[in-house]
Design a binder for this molecule. Structure first.
Ligand code: PEP
Length: 262
């Protein structure tokens, strides 16, 4: 069965004190056995948040990673550093990194392979812009991003990573994909994984939806058969909103039949 996974991307927000306070609120109210819960604070807060999660079910993730293990790469943070801090997850290829920092599909692939090599579970973001959607290019874009990220990976890679379908037009805009739009894209992504990595990998891979997920729209999205969780930006900065999304995932998991048996 694919376990739902809800991840919070705190982006470049929160001081140390604020990050610690939010992490503490979440450890008090976000415990569920029905879903994996991950928080991705900024690099500066990882060391402070990590001990606060000890003994909780909440996993720690970073928002980016460099592909080399160490060396003369000023400003970069490497996979062994993240492992040392207690991270189990790392976001790679977020659209904000692709757009503002020129991150290419090839760079995303290098980061993904480096994360996997060090035992981190990458959350790999893919998604089309509004212009690409309107031009009917959504699947071409997703295919190119999937190929860029996964080329050179062994076929069994997909069960060790999480894909996040994040239409760029939905990120931080308050305009989320409809459940039908999300399902259509997720189904196509799963089909691509099945064709390129094998049918079992297609069934096993978890695909999150990201883009203006809130407590109000989470259940409708998570009920879709190929939507296995959410990557949450803005709403993850407020404990109540994030907890409500986690609760929505837990209720959907309890009320629907398992999404796949692998
Ligand atoms: C994100 O940052 O990945 C994201 C989906 O942001 P938001 O939820 O704010 O749209």
């Amino acid at each position: 069965m694919r376990r739902p996974i809800i991840a919070g991307n705190w982006k470049a927000n929160l001081t140390l004190r604020e990050a610690a306070a939010l992490a503490q609120q979440l450890t008090r109210s976000c415990e569920t056995a029905a879903a994996d819960v991950v928080i991705c604070p900024p690099f500066t807060a990882l060391a402070a948040v990590a001990p606060l999660l000890t003994g909780s079910r909440i996993g720690l993730g970073a928002q980016d990673v460099f592909w080399e293990p160490a060396g003369a790469f000023t400003g970069e943070v490497t996979p062994p550093m993240l492992v040392d801090l207690g991270c189990r997850y790392v976001i790679v290829g977020h659209s904000e990194r692709r757009t503002h920092f020129g991150e290419s599909d090839e760079a995303v692939g290098r980061k993904l392979r480096a994360a996997l090599a060090h035992g981190l579970a990458p959350i790999v973001c893919i998604g089309e812009t509004l212009a690409q959607r309107e031009a009917g290019e959504t699947m071409d874009v997703l295919t190119r991003q999937l190929e860029g990220a996964l080329s050179g990976c062994p076929p069994d890679t997909c069960r060790r990573l999480i894909l996040a379908y994040e239409p760029v037009w939905a990120i931080g805009t308050g305009k989320h994909a409809t459940p039908e739009q999300a399902q259509e894209a997720h189904q196509a992504i799963r089909r691509w994984v099945a064709q390129h990595c094998g049918p079992e990998e297609g069934q096993a891979v978890r695909i999150q939806y990201g883009g203006s997920v809130t407590a109000a729209n989470a259940a409708g999205l998570l009920q879709q058969p190929d939507v296995d969780g959410a990557l949450v930006g803005g709403a993850s900065l407020k404990a109540d909103a994030f907890v409500a999304i986690v609760q929505a995932a837990a209720s959907v998991a309890a009320s629907t039949k398992p999404k796949a048996v692998v």
